[in-house]
Ligand binder design. Sequence first.
Ligand SMILES: Nc1ncnc2c1ncn2[C@@H]1O[C@H](COP(=O)(O)OP(=O)(O)OP(=O)(O)O)[C@@H](O)[C@H]1O
Length: 337
Amino acid sequence: MITFDDVVKVYPGGSTAVDHVSLELPTGKMTVLVGPSGCGKTTSLRMINRMISPTSGRVLIDGDDIAGKDEALLRRGMGYVIQHAGLFPHRTVLDNVATVPVLLGKTRREARKAALGLLERVGLSEEFAKRYPAQLSGGQQQRVGVARALAADPPIMLMDEPFSAVDPVVREGLHREFLRLQQDLGKTIAMVTHDIDEAIKLGDVVAIFRQGGKLAQVGTPEELLTAPADDFVAEFVGRDRGIRSLSFTTAADLPVADLPGTLALDDAGRPTGWILESGRVAPTGGTFTSADSLRLVTDLAISSPVGIAVRVNEEGKADGVVPHHDLADYLAARRSS
Ligand SMILES: Nc1ncnc2c1ncn2[C@@H]1O[C@H](COP(=O)(O)OP(=O)(O)OP(=O)(O)O)[C@@H](O)[C@H]1O
C-alpha cells in the first residue's frame, strides 16, 4: 500500500500544489488521481518516486517512509509511464523495452526474449520490435511505453496521462487491453488523468482533486457517482451519473416476469422478435444475461419496441422479461434501501 500522510508541497515562489493530502493507494489495485488542470496530480504522483519531495508530511510504502530510502533502489520497484511514452528515439522498440532489464543484470539475450513477450502482451507483434519509435503510431508508442515500464516487473506502476496523446478510438482499445493486463498482473498502480470518464472506467479507487491541491473525495467509481460529497464532485463526475452508476451493478438480483405470448421464439427458445398488434414482428434489439449490467437492461427496456427487456440464459434461450415499469420500481427501491 502507498500512503500519503498529511502531505503538503509548496513550490519555491509560494504556490501550494498539494495541500494536506492523506490518501491510501491499495496494493494490487489501480488508483486514479483526477481533477482539473493545476490541482496537484502530477506533483503528488512524483512524490511517490521522489522526483519531488514533500514540504511536510510523509509518503509511505507498506508503512515505510520513502524519505529514508535509496532513490535508485526505490525507483527500481516502480515502472513509470508518461504521456507521449517518452521512448529513446535512437533505440529500436525491442531495445527500448530491454534496456532496463539489462541494466538490472539480465543478459542481453534474456532481456530481449522477455521484451518480445512483453510487446506481445501489450498487443505488438514481432514485426514492430525492429522499428524505431518514430516509425510507430501514437497508440503503438504508448503500448511500448507500458511494455517498457513493465520490463523490470515492478510491483508499482506510476502513470502520468498515459493514454491522453491518442485519439478516442485508439484510447478505448488501449483501455481494454490495459484492464485485461492489469487483471493478470495485479500491479499497484497510481495513474494521473484529467479525464473523469477514463478515471471511472479504469480506477478501482478514484481520488478527485480540486483547485489548490486539496482532495475533494476518494472512493470507488460507484461511490463517486452515487454519493458525490459536494457540488464540485457532482459537477465533475458529470451529468448522467445516475445512468452511469448502473454500469457497476449486474442484473443478477433483478426479478424477471414470465415470457409473454407476444415474444416470438425459434425452436430452441431463442427470442426472434416481438409480435406487434399489427401482426408485424419487430426485432428485440438485444437481450441481456444476469451477468450484464443494469445499465444495459435499462437501455434495452427503453429502446425495446414494446418497452420490455428480454433475459436469456447461457444458451441464448429466453428465460424471463423485465418491463420498463418493473425496472423503474426496482431501481427506485434499490435507491431507498
Ligand atoms: N516546478 C514548479 N515550480 C513552481 N510551481 C509549480 C511547479 N510545478 C508545478 N507547479 C504548480 O503547482 C500546481 C500543481 O501542478 P501539477 O503539475 O501537480 O498539477 P496537475 O494537476 O498535474 O496539472 P495538469 O493536469 O495541468 O498537468 C500548479 O499550480 C503548477 O503551476
